[in-house]
Structure formats: structure tokens, C-alpha cells
Design a protein around this ligand. Structure first.
Ligand code: AMP
Ligand code: MG
Length: 403
């Protein structure tokens, strides 16, 4: 049996093996939560012209300076200018254009008086209050200047960035491809939800948690169903999984008599990088490369499956889709329970983080067995206890990863 590797080492090995899959041009609506593979430069100023920030009157400031309700300035209205139309008139002394928000500022005007400070007339307007010179204008290029880089390459696209892309006129953007991730469950005892529930069977939950985790990490999941503990059938399914960009197998990597996954992968020439990790839950997690395809063989226990995905697969998928932030942010919290763990083994407990007042606190979700999936669904964080800790008292400061 090989020596167990530490989590951090295992993570480094994985990240050293994976690369972005490729890039593709997608329409803006497809680009949400993807990562840009090009630098985006503005081809035009935004706004393109000086325009009005208010519904009101475009004026010369000198004509309205000193206007009051008792002694209003009176100006001839030359035209009514909706947004999207070019002004036809030039503002001469004693005149104004009734202007809508977003309409280009007519020549000669230097200020917009908002309609609330006027009588609203379409012909001869009374101005009751003068704003400062240059008020209520949006200046040409004040948001984005032509030639400016608006998004660097490797920017994660949130709704705000989609808006920036749209406003510089980009209908399509070059992004990293989503890795296609094949998921193969294994085990003679595993049946899919909805199948007749006979004695001794266990319902497949791992395919679904893993598919959800893949989607959350930005990949697209491909379910390959459940392979029985049979070398020939398992090999067939693994072969089809290896056509994806990443293969995840679930179960069959322990030391049981019917744990054939490693043996099958060997037959495909899998270059195994690690096959036991000093972690709990999830120590039998295995990682290797079959050609260019990273293969993660995760333990069958439902919590171990989720936790090892978090530790090893999620950062890899994020790297593959161009992300730079590969790991979850962490924060310190004060542990509320007493915890025993094994020295030398990194331990991830499922926790409830509370941040209401003062220092964040964290409690475990109760029983922490690696088959107790409820411990994951009750949790909003993982409590990450380092290898060298052993006995933790309530009040200990620990690191947590909000999920
Ligand atoms: P294994 O790693 O194959 O020895 O499986 C360890 C435990 O996890 C066994 O109790 C399995 O029944 C359970 N298990 C394996 N695969 C799954 C799955 N896809 N969904 C839920 N439980 C599973
Ligand atoms: Mg099994």
C-alpha cells in the first residue's frame, strides 16, 4: 500500500495535470458565469455623446442663473427632443429645448434644468430654479472611453460584466469551454431512484450530488449511470467516460473484494498520481491521467464523495474553465463543540456557520459519519481541521469554508 499524500500535495498534483480545455465564441446570454479568453476593448465612447441625465430643458446657464419662483427665467422652447433623436436646433440666447433623459445635448446648451423646477411648458417655459453650470449631463465617454480595456482576459462574467460587454456592442465573446464531465457510479448494490427498491439495495445519490457539484463548478455533467461490480462492464463504461474531458467514478476504490475501479483504470494505462489521501472523510480518493483525461475515482460513501469533489475536482474544473480563483474563500470562526480527530489526518466536518453578531461561530451538524448525507445538507460550511490538530475544545478558533 502506498503512503497517503497530504491534501495540499494532492491538490497540487491535480492542478499540475489539468489545463483549460479550449475556447469558444458564445452569445452574451450564454456567457454568464463563464470566463473571458480575450481582452475586450471599447470600440466607442460610452456614452457616445453628451446627453441629458434628466427629463427637462437644455439651456444656456447664463439664461437661467438667478431664476426663482417669484422671478422665473422665461425661454422660448425650440423643439421637443425625445431620446434617440438628433437635435435640429441650436440653443441661442433666450431659447431652450425640451429634452428627455438620454437625448443628445443640443449645440449651445451647457446645462439641463430638470422638469420639476419648471412649469413644464412645450412652448414658453418658466424656469423656477437654476442648477449649477453643467448639471444633469452625462458626458461623452464618462463611463467608458474608446480604446479603453473594459474587461481583461480571464475575467469571470457576472451580470454586470454582461452589461459592460453589451454596452460596448459585443454580441459575442470568446470564453473558455465548459469541461464535459462524465460521472460513473459503480456498485452491484446501487440502483437509481425510482427503480423497484429491493432488499440490500442502496439508492444512487452520488451521481446526483456530483452532477450538481459539477454544474456549480461550471462544468457540464454527463451521467453514465451505474456500473455493476463487473470488470468487463465497468471497463466498457470507463471507455465511454474517457471520451469526455474529465471522468469521475464513484465507489469501488476501497480495499473490498469487489472494488475493481483501480484495476480497470490500470488496464487503460492510467498514470496514477495518488491513491490514498490523508483526509477524512475520503481517504481512498484516487487521481490519475489516462492520456489527457484527468480521472478522479472518488469513494462511494456519499459524504466522502462530496468532500473529495470539493477538495480535488472543483479546483481542477475551475482551472479548466479559465478561472483564477480556484479555492473557496476561508474565514475564521469559533468552534462551539468538542471535537476529537486523528492526528496526521486533515479532517473536514460539516458545520453551521453563524455570523449574526460579533465573531462568527460554527457548530457541527451532528453525526459526522461519511455515510450521513444529511450532515452535508444541513451544513452551510466545511470546518477544515489541519493535520496536526487532535483534540479541539469549544472556543478553539478554526477555519471554515462557506459553501
Ligand atoms: P464503495 O466505495 O464502493 O465501497 O462504497 C462505499 C459505500 O458507499 C457503500 O455503502 C456504498 O453502498 C455506498 N455507495 C457507493 N456508491 C454510491 C452511490 N452512487 N450513491 C450512494 N451510495 C453509494
Ligand atoms: Mg462499491
Amino acid at each position: 500500500m502506498k503512503q497517503a499524500v497530504r491534501v495540499a500535495e494532492a491538490q497540487e498534483m491535480v492542478l499540475g495535470c489539468v489545463q483549460p480545455v479550449g475556447v469558444e465564441k458564445v452569445a452574451l446570454l450564454e456567457a454568464l458565469h463563464r470566463v473571458t479568453a480575450e481582452e475586450v476593448t471599447a470600440q466607442r465612447h460610452i456614452p457616445l455623446d453628451d446627453n441629458s441625465a434628466m427629463d427637462g430643458y437644455a439651456v444656456r446657464h447664463t439664461d437661467v442663473a438667478g431664476a426663482t419662483r417669484d422671478r422665473p427665467a422665461v425661454l422660448e422652447v425650440l423643439e421637443i427632443l425625445p431620446a434617440g433623436k438628433r437635435p435640429r436646433q441650436r440653443i441661442a440666447p433666450g431659447t431652450a429645448v425640451k429634452i428627455m433623459t438620454g437625448a443628445p445635448l443640443p449645440e449651445g446648451a451647457d446645462t439641463v434644468v430638470q422638469v420639476e423646477h419648471t412649469d413644464g411648458s412645450d412652448t414658453r417655459v418658466q424656469i423656477y430654479r437654476a442648477p449649477h453650470l453643467g448639471s444633469n449631463l452625462r458626458r461623452r465617454g464618462e463611463d467608458i472611453r474608446q480604446g479603453e480595456c473594459v474587461l481583461a482576459a480571464q475575467t469571470f462574467l457576472r451580470p454586470a460584466e454582461l452589461g459592460v460587454l453589451a454596452s460596448v456592442g459585443k454580441a459575442q465573446v470568446l470564453v473558455y469551454q465548459r469541461p464535459r464531465v462524465a460521472i460513473l457510479a459503480t456498485g452491484d448494490e446501487i440502483i437509481d431512484p425510482g427503480e423497484p427498491d429491493t432488499q440490500g439495495k442502496i439508492i444512487n445519490s452520488n451521481s446526483y450530488t456530483l452532477a450538481g457539484q459539477v454544474a456549480e463548478a461550471g462544468g457540464s455533467a454527463l451521467l453514465l449511470g451505474v456500473a455493476p461490480d463487473d470488470r468487463a462492464i465497468m471497463s466498457q463504461r470507463i471507455a465511454s467516460g474517457l471520451r469526455a474531458d474529465v471522468l469521475i467514478t464513484s465507489g469501488g476504490v476501497s480495499v473490498g473484494s469487489f472494488d475493481y475501479v483501480r484495476e480497470c483504470l490500470d488496464a487503460f494505462g492510467c498514470q496514477v498520481r495518488f491513491w490514498t489521501v490523508a483526509v477524512r472523510p475520503g481517504s481512498p480518493a484516487t487521481f490519475g491521467m489516462v492520456g489527457h483525461v484527468p480521472v478522479f475515482s472518488l469513494p462511494g460513501n456519499p459524504v466522502a464523495s462530496m468532500v473529495t469533489f470539493e477538495l480535488f475536482v472543483r479546483p481542477a474544473l475551475r482551472k479548466m474553465m479559465g478561472r483564477r480563483d480556484l479555492f473557496r474563500p476561508r474565514l475564521d470562526a469559533v468552534l462551539q463543540d468538542e471535537v476529537e480527530k486523528r492526528r496526521g489526518v486533515r479532517t473536514l466536518l460539516r458545520g453551521v456557520l453563524r455570523q449574526d453578531e460579533g465573531q462568527p461561530t460554527v457548530t457541527t451538524t451532528g453525526p459526522q459519519g461519511s455515510g450521513i448525507l444529511r450532515s452535508m445538507s444541513l451544513a452551510n460550511c466545511l470546518i477544515d481541521l489541519p493535520e496536526d490538530s487532535e483534540h479541539l475544545q469549544p472556543g478553539t478558533r478554526v477555519q471554515v469554508m462557506p459553501l
